[in-house]
Design a protein around this ligand. Structure first.
Ligand code: 5GP
Length: 193
């Protein structure tokens, strides 16, 4: 009989800002206890309530650059003026030891990971879309985090990002929250057998 170790899986989840990706991932982690969420490294300032090491690893630009130049990132990107990256070490270790790992990253990073794992059956890319750009605009206004100008910039970027959706394996519309969570759960379960 063949002796084999269970293969881990890497799931990338990307979405335009305001689509509800973070809430979806939180709900998912509550249901699927066997998933490991990657903690990214960023140069952005911590928001109120965010914890270093839990939400992000907050670093200076110099520290980010040093990790980058030593080849420590699996992927990295500049998003809304700040740098974000996923460190290779813990991700590869977890996947190699059979774990399911989620990367909640932007589409630029998603495309780098896609390239890195091409022809390997361990990666699935999931893109979350808002029901429409108009609805996304309403959500961003309701969130109350951004000025009108920033909202307009985010909507313009969202329109561009949505064109990238076809490069992902799955596209989910976050119209009804619970339905979207269930869909992501089924993708993860179906892809993990
Ligand atoms: P926020 O600052 O609002 O937490 O995140 C801003 C954007 O950066 C989101 O689209 C988020 O998915 C993305 N992001 C977070 N971590 C990473 C990462 O490690 N790599 C990349 N490429 N994007 C990231």
């Amino acid at each position: 009989m063949r002796n084999y170790r269970e293969q881990g899986k890497l799931f990338v989840i990307s979405a335009p800002s305001g689509t509800g990706k973070t809430s979806l991932v939180k709900a998912l982690l509550n249901i699927q206890k066997d998933i490991f969420l990657s903690v990214s490294t960023t140069t952005r300032q911590a928001r109120t309530g965010e914890i270093h090491g839990l939400d992000y690893e907050f670093v200076t630009e110099e520290e980010f650059e040093s990790i980058k130049s030593s080849g420590g990132f699996l992927e990295w990107a500049k998003v809304y003026g700040n740098y974000y990256g996923t460190k290779s070490s813990s991700i590869l270790e977890s996947v190699n030891s059979g774990k399911k790992v989620i990367l909640e990253i932007d589409y630029q990073g998603a495309m780098q990971v896609k390239k890195r794992f091409k022809n390997q059956n361990i990666l699935k890319l999931i893109f979350i879309k808002p029901p429409s750009l108009k609805e996304l605009g309403n959500r961003l206004k309701h969130r109350g985090q951004d000025s009108n100008e920033v909202i307009q910039d985010r909507l313009a970027l969202a329109a561009e990002e949505m064109k990238q959706a076809r490069k992902f394996d799955y596209v989910i519309i976050n119209d009804r929250f619970n339905v979207a969570v269930k869909k992501i759960c089924s993708i993860i379960n179906d892809e993990s057998v």
